[in-house]
Structure formats: C-alpha cells, structure tokens
Design a protein around this ligand. Structure first.
Ligand SMILES: [Mg+2]
Length: 231
C-alpha cells in the first residue's frame, strides 16, 4: 500500500458537526427528529401531516433549518421546539470506542458545532462515549439562533473561540454547510452518507463536491489515517 495519508499537520482546531457526522447516517436519529419536527409544525400551524411536511421542508431549504423558517414567519417558542424535536430515543446510537480513541489522539482544541441544542449534543456524545473529548459545544442558541449554513452563525462561532480558520478543519455531512466553511478558509472534510435513506443535504456515495478537500465514507477510518502536527 502506498496510499498518501491525508496531511492535516497544519491543523490546531478540530471542528465537528454532530448529527450524521459523529455517528453514521444510517443510525435512525435524524429520522426520529424529522418526524417530530413534522408533528411540531402540524400542531403549531394547525396543518395536516403532509401539508406540515411541505412547510417543514420548504423552511429547511430556504432558511437553513425548519426552526429558522418558523422564527421568520410565525411566533414560536424556540426552546420548546428544540426540546420537543430532540426528545428522541438515543439508544439507537452505539458507543464508538475506535472513534473515541482517534479523536482523543488529535492534537489541539476539539469543538462540536451543531444546529441542534446543547442538551441534544450532550445526549448523543454520551451515547457514543465521546462526551469527555471536546473542549466545548457550540449550539444553535450560542449562534444566536442563526443556523449553519448562514455566515452570521459561523462568524459568531469563530469569534467566540477566536478560531484561526487557516489552522482549522471542519467535519460535516452537509454539503451546503461546508460551502460556507470553505469560503471562510477552513479545511473541509465531507462525511458521506451510508447506505439507506439520506438527507437532501448529504452527499451521495462517491460524490466529491469542489468545495470539499476530503470526502470520506467513514470518519473514524479517516482520522486513523491522517497525518497530524507532532509535538
Ligand atoms: Mg449533520
């Protein structure tokens, strides 16, 4: 084997999206949240399920998240929405000791940046066995409820941590979120979807968009291969 190892020896800050990035996309987590969002939209707007679903997806496409669309057009209790949507059965996520060991070996600061809530991130990280490995979690509330892919949310994130983007890498399953990260100067790693139903925003098997430095099928394998800063 003479495969070239990905060179991330310039990286001092490791930034990870949460959902479908730190656990595989075929774990039925997003499907649960997606259903709960539909229920929430239906109840809030007094719609039937299929109409609610159409509104939900329209908001997601137009405003980055369903919540951001609801905030733009309706009165919504943001925390109530997040609590309801994240009230999922997280036991479908398996612990990932290999990923834990590989994240632990990364030199520098490690951060989670999610469009979800901090509570949801803590829940998921706990299930994966990764809860002790990150310096901090930056959630949608910390971003002033401006979600990725909007630049304003990213700017709050980088300002909050005084992040040197040229020395930072962003791991994401969302193609459109990585576009912003790329424009800002992050090194970008796309974690592609596994077999099975996939989100509109995630990449198909084999896909490698132009604004992505690395496109990988397995985060853990990639982190095992990567060349990092020594000492
Ligand atoms: Mg994600």
């Amino acid at each position: 084997m003479t495969a070239v190892r990905p060179d991330l020896s310039h990286i001092s800050h490791w930034v990870f999206d949460l959902d479908n990035t730190l656990y595989p996309s075929n774990a039925p987590v997003m499907t649960q949240m997606d259903r709960r969002m539909t229920q929430y939209v239906a109840r809030l707007l007094g719609l039937g399920e299929s109409e609610a679903r159409a509104v939900q997806k329209h908001y997601w496409r137009t405003y980055g998240t369903t919540l951001n669309g609801l905030m733009t057009h309706h009165e919504v209790d943001r925390r109530d929405f997040l609590d309801f949507v994240h009230d999922i059965d997280a036991s479908v996520i398996d612990p990932d000791p290999t990923l834990a060991a590989r994240i632990e070996a990364l030199p520098g600061r490690r951060l989670v940046y999610t469009n979800g809530s901090r509570g949801h991130a803590e829940n998921v990280l706990g299930r994966l066995g990764l809860e002790h490995l990150f310096n901090d979690i930056f959630d949608v509330e910390a971003a002033g409820f401006t979600p990725k892919p909007h630049r304003e949310g990213f700017d709050r994130f980088t300002a909050h941590f005084d992040l040197p983007v040229s020395e930072s890498v962003f791991f994401e399953d969302s193609v459109r979120n990585l576009k912003t990260a790329h424009e800002m100067g992050f090194t970008t790693v796309l974690v592609r979807a596994r077999e099975g139903p996939r989100d509109e925003e995630s990449a198909a098997p084999g896909e490698h968009p132009e604004h992505v430095h690395y496109a990988v099928d397995c985060l853990s394998t990639f982190l095992g291969d990567v060349r990092v800063k020594q000492g």
